[in-house]
Design a protein around this ligand. Structure first.
Ligand code: TPP
Length: 671
């Protein structure tokens, strides 16, 4: 078998084992260059799986790069979507795309998104990135092939940590039940995941006995040995009457000594020096035109920069963060406020923290950092958001204070029914952290950017929802929610460093908005503003109000500055950190006092805008009064890969976009 011309049936190119080995080595080199050019992405797992990719794309799979939608092609499903860089070099090497273009990995508008998107790139069968879904997709494809009398195979690539997702086992059961011998699953058993060794995070072994008991044929192979791999694939194709799983024993980071078997290299790219060292170890220094490839990536980025800047609303000067000599702002990731609170309050024996294999990055592991006595209240649950959510309800029923968190999208969408029934219906005291919310996971791309979570969370009876605006407010909000507030609660915070605009003294009262007013120009941005509880604020008949939450609060403040400097407008910024219960009085007063209201959310438009407009349209006090409204937020679209701040511009959720909207509305007010 080999790459085939789908029209003539002729082999395009067949590779010997030695040639496949060499190709896998070269592909490792290109993989590391694209990761270095991207500045983010997954080195460890792409290196462990690369021999499998070379075997599959160059030798085992029957496919035709000139005819990517050939109905008889074998399908390759990347359930482990984070290994996209390996997929992309696989496509480049087999001729589906130009290897130079792969270097645009994770950059704005690139076809090589942080996680694979089939609508962007021929050769990619389906979009993935949320772990545990690929085998179910494969089941659907396999059953469809059976209905259509087709003979092709469906290969599904998964990780061993990924086996912790319950959905994998639903699909395994289905494939066994329907005796889907057109499915060949491959598990990259490198024994590591993000939080450490799979056996410590959540044991998945014995995988062979588990799959066998679900009616699968199980093959074992050294997944970094090309000959064994090719033989295993050949054998798998001959199995009749049941699905096949190949358990491929691999080394995470394979080929680069300082990456091998090191958990820290899971989601890290090599820097320039590390790239040089890696290529030297792989014996590729002379064989890969590194500078040319990196320049290709740089030029692509420069073109994107120009295009993006051209699209930005323009004002008298550059008001972007820290662009001038004054109004300087410090930035820190809000997630660190969450970790600080857990570290400060974790001594409370009722608190238990549930780990979901993303613990360091979302800072939930700060709960036990340097405090071994808390380790018994740290419960690693593996990559199993749904079960962990219901387990949290069990803890709460027994009087504990459970805290769990992951990427906001996996913590609010994947487990939505569990939150609804296990937690909210029973009104349990569970703190759910929607970490890495909004656009701030930029380069990971659309699958990882939670832009819808607040719809669902606010819609649930009994649920409280807080979206703090900076690191300090995140700490205060976590302190409050953790120990003072009883009931289901969701806190959403970001990954990227965002402006610090509050301090120890700034009021934070759950359910009560703050009014923020620009008072002067100052050396320090935050000091130019005065903040007080909305309930104590006296109307200054400002020209307009901007109602914001989360990282849009600093953007709203910056918009207030632009509006004052360029147009002389006075703006009331309302920091609505608590979305639910909403401070109705503050919202209605802002509308009544100023007559112009703009909402600003780092989310699909509506989580904030529709709640605010719902309040305003049913407020009798406002009947018959002119009110002009506008909404800033994401306009019913998925995100894209790109840096977090690029995404702020691309998705039109910057201060400049707020200010532009304000100017447009103020013209209407004047009429
Ligand atoms: C549903 C879901 N939860 C969490 C993540 C974040 N995540 C990405 S990779 C990963 C670890 C995967 O481990 P494993 O399957 O062993 O892959 P490998 O170590 O081979 O990279 C996690 C938790 C995700 N992408 N999807």
């Amino acid at each position: 078998m080999a790459l085939k011309d789908s029209k003539t049936g002729k082999v395009i190119r067949d590779y010997s084992i030695e040639q496949l080995k060499d190709a896998a080595n070269m592909m490792r080199g290109y993989d590391l260059v694209e990761l270095c050019a991207a500045g983010s992405g997954h080195s460890g797992g792409t290196l462990s799986i690369m021999d499998i990719v070379a075997a599959l794309y160059l030798h085992v799979a029957q496919h035709d790069p000139k005819n990517p939608n050939w109905p008889d092609r074998d399908r390759i499903i990347w359930s482990a979507g984070h290994k996209a860089p390996a997929l992309y070099v696989g496509l480049g090497y087999s001729g589906f795309c130009d290897i130079n273009d792969v270097m645009t990995l994770r950059k704005l508008h690139s076809n090589f998104q942080g996680h694979p998107h089939w609508l962007k790139l021929p050769g990619v069968e389906v979009s993935s990135g949320s772990l545990g879904q690929g085998l179910s997709i494969s089941v659907g494809m396999a059953l469809a092939a059976r209905l259509d009398g087709k003979k092709h195979k469906i290969f599904c690539l998964m990780g061993d940590g990924e086996q912790q997702e319950g959905q994998v086992w639903e699909a395994a059961m289905e494939a066994g039940h329907y005796k889907l011998d057109n499915i060949i699953a491959v598990i990259d058993v490198n024994r590591l995941q993000i939080d450490g060794w799979v056996k410590d995070v959540m044991q998945v072994e014995p995988l062979d006995a588990k799959y066998a008991s679900f009616g699968w044929e199980v093959l074992h192979v050294d997944g970094n040995d090309m000959k064994q791999l090719v033989e295993a694939f050949d054998k798998a194709k001959t199995v009749v009457g049941k699905p096949v799983v190949i358990l491929a024993d691999t080394i995470k980071g394979k080929g680069v000594s300082f990456m091998e078997n090191v958990a820290g290299w899971h989601g890290k790219p090599p820097n320039r020096e590390e790239l040089t060292a890696s290529l030297k170890e792989l014996g590729l220094t002379e064989r890969i035109p590194v500078e040319q490839l990196l320049n290709y990536a740089k030029n692509y980025q420069a073109a994107q920069d120009r295009e993006l800047e051209a699209k930005m609303p323009k004002f008298s000067r550059d008001f972007w963060w820290n662009a001038g000599d004054d109004m300087k702002v410090k930035m820190e990731p809000t997630r660190k406020g969450f970790g600080k609170s857990l570290a400060d309050n974790g001594g409370d024996e009722r608190i238990v923290c549930l780990g979901l294999d993303i613990s360091g990055s979302i800072t939930i592991s700060d709960f036990y950092a340097g405090k071994p006595e808390r380790k018994n209240r740290w419960i690693s649950m593996g990559i199993a958001e749904q079960s962990a959510t219901s387990a949290a309800a069990g803890f709460a029923r027994e009087g504990k204070l459970p805290v769990l968190g992951s990427y906001a999208t996996f913590m609010s969408a994947r487990n939505l029914d569990q939150i609804r029934v296990s937690i909210c219906y029973g009104n349990f005291n569970v703190l759910i952290a929607g970490a890495h919310g909004g656009v701030s996971v930029g380069p990971d791309g659309a699958t990882h950017q939670a832009l819808e979570d607040l719809f669902a969370m606010q819609g649930l009876p009994n649920m409280s929802v807080v979206v703090p605006c900076d690191i300090e407010e995140t700490r205060k909000a976590t302190d409050y929610l953790l120990l003072k507030h009883v009931g289901p609660k969701y806190i959403r915070f970001a990954r990227e460093a965002t402006p610090i605009v509050t301090n120890l003294e700034t009021p934070f009262v759950f359910g009560k908005a703050n009014v923020i007013r620009l008072r002067k120009e100052a050396a320090n941005f935050a000091e130019a503003f005065e903040t007080q509880l909305a309930s104590g604020y006296k109307n200054e008949s400002e020209d307009l109000s901007i109602i914001a939450c989360g990282p849009m609060v600093p953007e709203a403040m910056r918009a207030a500055r632009i509006l004052k400097q360029d147009f002389g407008y006075e703006t009331r910024v309302l920091n609505l950190h608590t979305l639910k219960p909403i401070d109705a009085e503050a919202v209605i007063r802002a509308a009544a006092d100023t007559g112009v209201v703009i909402t600003a959310e780092e989310h699909q438009i509506g989580a904030l805008a529709w709640r605010v407009s719902g309040l305003l349209t049913e407020c009798k006090q406002l009947y018959g009064k002119p009110l002009i409204t506008g909404a800033i937020g994401v306009k019913d679209r998925f995100g894209d890969s790109g840096s977090p701040w690029e995404m702020v511009k691309e998705l039109e959720v910057s201060a400049e976009h707020i200010a532009q909207k304000a100017v447009e509305l103020m013209k209407l007010k004047k009429k």
